[in-house]
Design a protein around this ligand. Structure first.
Ligand SMILES: *Cc1c(COP(=O)(O)O)cnc(C)c1O
Length: 408
């Protein structure tokens, strides 16, 4: 998004005009940003011939977005059978979808087997049941390398007592199950959390998987998950993807050569691909002054964007309607009948009732976590592609809210 000719724009289109056309509150996604992030990753790993990025679609799962990312050449990372079905609907080939559930039943996993996708299992009990039920089906296991990564404990999943993955210390047990059931191990996977800034964390975890990989001759791929950090604040640091690509590619190719293996290297970026592509626009209903503060109350709440309240995450807030106005301090809050603060004491160009505020980094885990709390409608979604703003999800109506209700 850039400020050009007095308006904030993406691909030359003014966000104010897009919002006037489709109404607020509105999610707007910039296809060009998704594409540049994707190419940045694949270019960084260009030396690895067998490289595949699987988009973690829980971040943003509109089927148009999935189709667009599929056409770029990515595969899909899914965590539920419904995401698998969405991915197939979006045109992904089953072999380009990896299914990485946590805590689901064998019944659901068996459905994914029927759909022909790659299966990734993250506990020993299910691995054993899977082996008995689906002996000939190649499987991937999710390893917990116990690397504490990421600054936010709410989104770290690699600690010793994490519910995710099979401990790396349980490798002998994995082997015993494979031997007992005749299962073939095709993949090794890890995903230790989100917002991992330090490239060394990935390199260290990769070494652990490489060591493990030596013990499984049937192995076809190594999947290093994701957790790449993207900038949220203006001067924020982010994962150095180019440096990661340079260091890891060299090490991966070297490992494959030394061990005479022809493996595929995979990642599963969610936030990295879509976070910065998204903008959430809401209008200001009311300005309220208290003894200590000025509140800007918007026509939205944690029903539309829950990350600030759920993860204490920071989303930059910009006044689209007054780009050159004097900067003042505001707390931006929602209309939900609970505390729902988007940002406290933020410096924003002077806000008047009716102005449009824009939240940055609204591509990942924003719409996909939206709800109908307070019986509010979810926002509409617009995809800006080839210089055109296209509606990809209409606004809800009262009929939508009542659709699944059974009146007695
Ligand atoms: C959520 C998730 C991802 C994506 O994580 P980001 O931090 O959004 O990149 C990747 N793999 C798995 C298994 C996940 O659950």
């Amino acid at each position: 998004m850039i400020l050009q000719d007095q308006a904030y724009r993406i691909q030359g289109l003014s966000l104010v005009e897009i919002t006037e056309q489709f109404g607020a509150p509105l999610y707007i996604y910039d296809a060009e940003k998704i594409k540049s992030q994707y190419l940045r990753l694949t270019d960084s790993f260009a030396k690895v011939k067998k490289f595949k990025a699987h988009y973690a679609c829980k971040a943003l799962s509109n089927v148009n977005i999935l189709r667009y990312i599929g056409k770029l050449g990515a595969g899909l990372d899914t965590v539920s059978i419904q995401e698998v079905q969405l991915g197939l609907k979006a045109g992904f080939k089953p072999q380009d979808i990896i299914y990485t559930p946590n805590g689901v039943s064998l019944t659901e996993i068996s459905k994914a087997v029927e759909l022909g996708v790659k299966i990734n299992i993250d506990n020993l009990s299910i691995l054993e049941q899977f082996g008995n039920a689906h002996k000939g089906v190649p499987v991937c296991v999710r390893i917990n390398p116990h690397i504490m990564a990421g600054g936010n404990s709410k989104i770290s999943v690699g600690h010793i007592d994490s519910k995710f993955g099979i401990s790396i210390h349980q490798t002998p047990h994995i082997k015993r199950i494979l031997d007992n059931t005749g299962l073939k191990l095709a993949g090794l996977h890890m995903h230790t959390g989100s917002d991992i800034l330090d490239v060394e964390v990935f390199l260290q975890a990769a070494e652990m998987l490489f060591d493990l990989a030596k013990e499984f001759p049937s192995l076809e791929y190594i999947d290093l998950g994701s957790g790449f950090k993207v900038p949220y604040k203006e001067d924020d640091h982010s994962t150095d993807i180019e440096y990661l690509g340079e260091m890891l590619s060299a090490r991966f190719l070297d490992f494959c050569k030394q061990n005479k293996k022809d493996l595929t290297l995979m990642f599963e970026p969610g936030k990295y691909l879509v976070s910065e592509s998204g903008y959430f626009v809401a209008s200001v209903n009311v300005i309220k002054q208290t003894t200590s503060m000025v509140f800007a109350g918007i026509d939205s709440g944690f029903n539309h964007l829950i990350r600030p309240m759920f993860y204490d995450s920071y989303h930059q807030i910009i006044n689209l309607s007054n780009p050159n106005g004097r900067e003042r301090y505001y707390s931006v809050v929602g209309y939900i009948c609970e505390t729902d603060t988007f940002g406290t004491n933020r410096k924003i160009n002077e806000i008047t009732e009716g102005d449009l505020l824009c939240f940055k980094n609204a591509g990942a885990y924003c719409f996909s976590m939206a709800s109908n709390y307070n019986s509010r409608f979810k926002p509409a979604e617009v995809f800006v592609i080839d210089g055109q703003a296209k509606l990809i999800r209409r606004r809800e109506t009262l009929e939508d809210l009542l659709q699944t209700t059974v009146e007695i």
